[in-house]
Design a protein around this ligand. Sequence first.
Ligand code: ATP
Length: 516
Amino acid sequence: MYLNRPILLTIYLKRSIERKINFQYYLCKVMSKNTDELFKNVVSHTKEYGFVFQSSEIYDGLSAVYDYGQLGSELKNNLKTYWWKSMVQLNENIVGIDSAIFMHPKVWKASGHVDGFADPMIDNKDSKKRYRADNLLEDKIVRYIKDGKIEKADKLQTDMEAALSADNLPRLKELIEEHEIVCPVSGTRNWTEVRQFNLMFSTQMGAMAEGSDEVYLRPETAQGIFVNFLNVQKSGRMRIPFGIAQIGKAFRNEVIARQFIMRMREFEQMEMQFFVKPGTEMEWYNHWKDARLKWHLALGTPAEKYRYHDHTKLAHYANAAVDIEFEFPFGFKEVEGIHSRTDFDLSQHENFSGKKLQYFDTAENKNYVPYVIETSIGLDRLFLLTLCNAYEEQDLSNDEKQDSRTVLHLHPCLAPVKAAIFPLTKKDGLPEKAREIMDLLKLDFNLQYDEKDSIGKRYRRQDAIGTPVCITVDHQTLEDNTVTIRHRDSMEQERVHADQLEKIISDLVSWKNLLR
Ligand code: ATP
């Protein structure tokens, strides 16, 4: 029987809701043509305008590693500032640190990463390509849905989830064989066994190959906070509840890295561990769950683009966990995790180091190991979210002419360039006057000067990188020191006195607009 795609999806949606299956994921994969196009355009835009480049591109790139260009690094710094100010500057009881990427190897034994931080992987013996076993099965489910084989999709989903939650690797292999999954490269079914693949990168510390110690590149920044818990608490005379925040690089040897900067092997995290009295953790968990979503929404993103995803299957150390997910062009995906981690990490470090990591509560007159609420957000995913959300291809055609522009509606606080300054022409002293105005403003704001091409083209270039205002210096400026300001989103223009520019721009880009 032939069923068209919407009918198939409706049937699958109904079943998915009944069985609590993540329908959204499959829906996006099946319906993804237009959004694929949009995402491709966003990705090429980031490269064209200097936001993100493939790492080592002249050598054909390094898989899942990216560099941030001249505008990307500005935007990234602004995102970090937004997070740091809201966490550290606005909370008297949160302080920030910057711990080293290398840590004692025992840290990762204690945290459980050496034994448990792994994904199930399988190799095809003919193509020598490596895959995540669960990704192969998910792709097969999508195939079944596209072909109208809903029963089969449903059954495979259930079997896969059962095998994953029981850590049953032979069963994953059986499923790959039963469903006759072939390697996309070789086309064969010549598979190895499914094995756990540890995601940590290791290297040698010390000059001598022999006798040097194996150390890891940290897979998360959180452990740098836990091992410094007492240092910070004592030196900062911190009283519970208090938090320690940190922004830094993390490294994971992801088996399959997909979707641009969504899943990278080197990425950046912004994490905060909030230490609380045991028994009060759920109160603080709810506080941070709420506060973190508000932080995202303050950027002006429509609320329906975000959702919570409460974890039903909790990690062994957690007693509550939720993801904040954002609707990317390829579906809802995790951007930030909020976890109630109990006293697991500090207790583990006590056991492995033999040092006490306890807090003396003067009100209670006793020592205890604090409980921890963690907020952990990926900076690169936040960066991608911000761009996807800001990107718009606008049709500006009217009866007289065809016109269009690509515009990034970035919040002015986040925009890499705050204002652009244009002399109307390259002569009559206008460039000199424009530079004079720029010199007065450039210490406070990141500006661009542009005198090439028509004003219209210059506006388009600034729209494409999200510059909130453009300032044009013309002949009248030489007479009365007034300029034209053109606003990015409305494209409206106004005439103002050059002396007002500093106030106008600073009002526009003030962090008070976001953090008040
Ligand atoms: P996922 O389930 O997507 O692999 P995770 O649950 O392993 O993510 P956490 O360990 O909770 O992620 O890390 C916190 C945050 O770090 C994530 O919400 C995400 O934003 C970011 N993150 C994790 N892995 C990567 C990666 N490989 N590339 C980019 N960002 C990442």
